[in-house]
Write a protein that binds this ligand. Structure first.
Ligand code: CS2
Length: 466
């Protein structure tokens, strides 16, 4: 039998839940990108905030592309379970605060209406790195964004925001807190810059209104959420007695650090354990460069060695120690932590989380979209250390594995730039690929330009990796 509002009463007592009237009047959060991560992270913290404050916030979930999450959630009245797996028995809880799931390409008008709804106070986003279409401030806006500034049917988050904010302004409503939860450096600041550019191209007065009335807190989110596998769904069904097609599986750990910059009311996320701080940057930098930087290194080096899971790669006698050096000697030595941050302890805790045997996490999942991830995970560390005359040998080794990965021989490369990257390999060959990628004007050009020693190390590793 399927999980739903009616059948939820049959769930065993061991399934934790928060009691509240989910049909009552509520503040609303619109969440763009309602995938597994946000169901295991923000939805859980929102549920706990409701329990702590008695203040009900409904999440209106939006899928930017595919109908699969809506098709999982709608027959279940948008209820789903979250199971955390670490030491001891798995713990399952029911989440009830998601009230709708809209597939944006099917119903763009409903997405705009949700953004323009007077009950909506906060918009959160997990649209992945590529969903932001980031370009430097002096570069031209990408064509899709120029069309979103002009056209009726939105293509990207910016088109939806343009229309939703236009209606809010016309209706004399308050602005929104627009809260990015993606793994990007200064995610809120970058989103603000891009959105204001698109709005300015559409209507300078709208851009001005947005700049004055909306806020864009930077935030750092952290919870490891592997893609759910069919066997996981079967196992949870056997334990709870109901079928949950939208079930998600995660680790016990969760963290959310949010810049204290809200345009209006917000859920009591701090009562649920979120840290609301003046400056997110040291937390965000530590997480991106240490956790995510290590993750990407495990992914490309592990796949190159025929491994499948994060736990296998971190246990490998060569890859494990390399990743510890990447975190401790390079990433942690590339920025100034906040006084309360203990980066050595953080690195130890990350290794323990990666090793979690109860939570199989596929390297191929992390390897996706590398061209969008490595700038903030590795290239920023390389640049900051280079500025202090320091080489970063562990990152260079990992970077070589990524470069070989995107040649595209095997396994399949899932990346918005997979084709240009493979084409570059064909024209530049092994002798020219490093320069073609990383020199000024290269496909992955960044403030970090490899020195002669860096190039020699990259060439050596590329040759060894085949
Ligand atoms: C991972 C992240 O897939 C990836 O690229 O590095 O999803 C990672 O699991 C999360 O950021 C952990 O908070």
């Amino acid at each position: 039998m399927r999980l739903s509002q009616t059948t939820a009463a049959m769930l065993p007592d061991a399934v934790r839940r928060v009691d509240y009237d989910r049909d009552s009047a509520a503040h609303q959060i619109v969440h763009l990108g309602i995938g597994a991560f946000t169901r295991a992270h923000q939805a859980v913290l929102t549920e706990d905030a409701i329990a702590a404050s008695g203040d009900f916030w409904r999440i209106i979930g939006v899928s930017m592309r595919s109908a699969s999450v809506r098709d999982q959630l709608a027959p279940q009245d948008h209820l789903f379970t979250v199971t955390s797996k670490g030491e001891g028995a798995p713990v399952t809880r029911l989440v009830r605060c998601v009230g709708d799931a809209i597939v944006a390409p099917e119903h763009p008008d409903r997405v705009v209406a949700a953004l323009a709804d007077p009950r909506t106070q906060v918009v959160t986003l997990t649209v992945t790195e590529k969903g932001y279409h980031l370009v430097p401030a002096d570069a031209e806006l990408p064509a899709l964004l120029r069309e979103d500034a002009a056209r009726a049917t939105p293509h990207t988050i910016y088109g939806y925001f343009a229309q939703g904010l236009e209606q809010r302004r016309a209706n004399g409503l308050a602005g929104l807190t627009i809260l990015s939860c993606d793994n990007l450096a200064e995610n809120g600041t970058r989103l603000r810059e891009m959105l204001l550019r698109v709005l300015a191209a559409r209507d300078p007065a709208l851009a001005e209104w947005c700049a004055v009335h909306c806020t864009f807190p930077n935030s750092m989110v952290d919870r490891i959420v592997p893609a759910s596998q069919p066997a996981d769904l079967d196992a949870v069904e056997a334990r709870i007695g109901l079928r949950d097609e939208a079930a998600v599986f995660t680790e016990p750990f969760r963290q959310w650090v949010i810049e204290d910059s809200f345009a209006g009311p917000r859920p009591a996320w701090d009562a649920a354990g979120a840290q609301i701080v003046a400056d997110v940057r040291p937390y965000e930098t530590a997480k991106l460069r240490m956790l995510n930087g290590a993750h990407s290194a495990l992914a490309y080096l592990g796949l190159a060695n025929g491994l499948e899971l994060v736990s296998e790669a971190v246990a490998d006698p060569e890859i494990g120690p390399l990743v510890v050096r990447l975190m401790r000697d390079e990433a942690a030595d590339s920025f100034t932590p906040a006084p309360e941050q203990d980066l050595a302890a953080y690195a130890d805790s990350l290794i323990a989380r990666f090793a979690n045997p109860a939570l199989p996490h596929r390297l191929a999942q992390i390897a996706m979209d590398g061209s969008q991830k490595i700038p903030q995970r590795w290239l920023a560390t390389l640049a900051d250390r280079q500025a202090r005359g320091k080489a970063s040998p562990a990152i260079l080794h990992a970077l070589a594995a990524w470069i070989v990965h995107v040649r595209g021989d095997t396994p399949h490369v899932s990346d918005p730039r997979a084709q240009p990257l493979a084409a570059l390999w064909r024209t530049a060959g092994a002798a020219g690929i490093v320069a073609a990628l990383l020199d000024g004007g290269g496909l992955m050009a960044s403030p970090w330009v490899p020195t002669a020693e860096d190039r020699a190390a990259l060439d050596r590793h590329i040759a060894a990796l085949g």
